[in-house]
Design a protein around this ligand. Structure first.
Ligand code: SF4
Ligand code: SF4
Length: 165
């Protein structure tokens, strides 16, 4: 069960986190979907079959991390805003996190933003390296930000503007 505040526990998250060896190979999706609802656009969005076919529409998605290319096509198709792509190979000290972002204004590429954890707490500052809002992102734009590598599984939102006080 998710905690009543909607934030998954460490135990719930553990099976969703790709193995360290996979993270060393490049970008990969982290699917933080925990509620059994009739929904499967993540499966239909994936062109390489990384998300297993749902036996039942209420199933939770199961991902094959080795098949996942980290393309991010599934991010904007998820109505639950539950999919992120993490790239721990971005640089020596930084990873990137790509996330759905539904607020306006959208940040600009190169802009510094506050990095937020799942509870909305500010955990640092990062730089926007990509904003995808093209034809394929018809539902939700995707923002990619740099994060300190040790926060790659912590940062799950951003706040445009702000700055450390
Ligand atoms: S990131 Fe791309 S390859 Fe990975 S599960 Fe999503 S759509 Fe499939
Ligand atoms: S599209 Fe999103 S909410 Fe729906 S099953 Fe897939 S991950 Fe869960």
């Amino acid at each position: 069960m998710l905690a009543t505040n909607g934030i998954p526990t460490a135990e719930e998250l553990a099976p969703r986190i790709p193995p360290a060896e996979r993270l060393k190979k490049g970008p990969v999706a982290v699917i933080e979907c925990f509620q059994k609802i009739p929904c499967n656009p993540c499966y239909t969005a994936c062109r390489v079959g990384a998300i297993e076919k749902f036996e039942d529409i209420n199933d939770l998605p199961k991902i094959d991390f080795e098949k996942c290319t980290g393309c991010g096509l599934c991010i904007s198709k998820c109505p639950g805003l539950a999919i992120f792509v993490v790239d721990e190979t971005y640089s020596e000290s930084e990873a990137t996190v790509s996330m759905p972002f539904e607020f306006l204004p959208l940040p600009e590429e190169g802009q510094e933003v506050d990095l937020l954890d799942r509870s909305g707490a500010v955990v640092g500052r990062g730089k926007v390296v990509k904003v995808r809002k093209g034809k394929y992102e018809d539902r939700t734009p995707i923002v990619t930000v740099t994060v300190p590598k040790h926060l790659s599984m912590v940062v799950r939102n951003i706040r445009v503007g702000g700055g450390k006080k």
